[in-house]
Design a protein around this ligand. Structure first.
Ligand code: KIV
Length: 269
């Protein structure tokens, strides 16, 4: 078991980049997992809007609401003590106006988040400035932004051609200038992620963006082998919990049906 270190804060994440220590981030949606990931010395817990797909059964993140994110933030916060807790802002919770962004992001902080993550480039700069004034730390998210899936025409690698790469790098610099404390780079070519990570003084956290990012994030259900195949190329499964859970349920079912469970050892005399 990794030795849990002290509490990770927003400035503490920056210090990890300065010390060239790679950042370990995972998504987290519930209390039990939050406790386990704290003990496993993970640095950042992201209450991702991916919960719409992996926990709520939607086919995209678009239906996820502010109320969904508040509920999951509250229960993750109860199990969190030392990780930096970041909550994703769902589709249309920030895009309408800076005032709307401050109101909804503020609710996440009241629910226990220590920072929020917002998808988008230069178009979200007015929101970022308002959030800075309201003292709400913001993590950016560039590259494949799942809330833009229809505009992109699917879940595709972004920034492949020179023009798109230039725009992505310019957006990253603009987010840093506007006060973002870190940026998630999702599904971008590794060479572009490397250029951006070197150009920025804030940390980059990659998912499908190669090894040169300052940290890595994965969806916890993908890492645990709970998500059915096919999985994107960047996912590495570190366990096969689908199998473990199914096998346990099948064995339980067999024992209940055959009368072997509960036996004397699991019965009050
Ligand atoms: O919602 C999410 O889980 C995310 C990560 C994949 C970065 O945004």
């Amino acid at each position: 078991m990794a030795k849990p270190s002290r509490k990770i804060t927003v400035p503490g994440l920056q210090a990890l980049k300065t010390r060239r220590q790679r950042i370990v981030a995972l998504t987290c949606y519930d209390y039990t997992t939050a406790r386990l990931l704290n003990e496993a010395a993970v640095d950042v817990l992201l209450v991702g809007d991916s919960l719409g797909m992996v926990k709520l059964g939607y086919s995209s993140t678009l239906p996820v609401t502010v109320e969904d994110m508040l509920y999951h933030t509250r229960i993750v916060a109860k199990g969190n003590s030392r990780c930096l807790l970041v909550t994703d802002m769902p589709y249309l919770s920030c895009q309408i106006s800076p005032e709307q962004a401050v109101e909804n992001c503020g609710l996440m902080l009241k629910a226990g988040a220590e920072a929020v993550k917002i998808e988008g480039g230069s178009e979200i700069l007015p929101m970022l400035e308002a959030l800075q004034r309201a003292k709400i730390p913001v993590m950016g998210h560039l590259g494949m932004m799942p809330q833009s899936v229809h505009q992109f025409g699917g879940y595709k690698v972004q920034g492949r051609d020179a023009e798109a790469a230039r725009k992505l790098a310019a957006d990253a610099r603009a987010l840093e200038r506007a006060g973002a404390f870190a940026i998630v780079l999702e599904c971008v070519p590794s060479s572009l992620a490397k250029t951006i990570s070197r150009a920025l003084s804030i940390p980059t956290i990659g998912i499908g963006a190669g090894a040169a990012c300052d940290g890595q994030i994965l969806v916890i259900d993908d890492l645990l082998g709970l998500t059915p195949a096919p999985l994107p190329r960047f996912v590495k499964r570190y366990a096969d919990l689908r199998n473990v859970i199914q096998q346990a349920a099948v064995r339980y079912g067999r024992e209940v049906r055959s009368g072997r469970f509960p036996d004397a050892g699991h019965t009050y005399p």
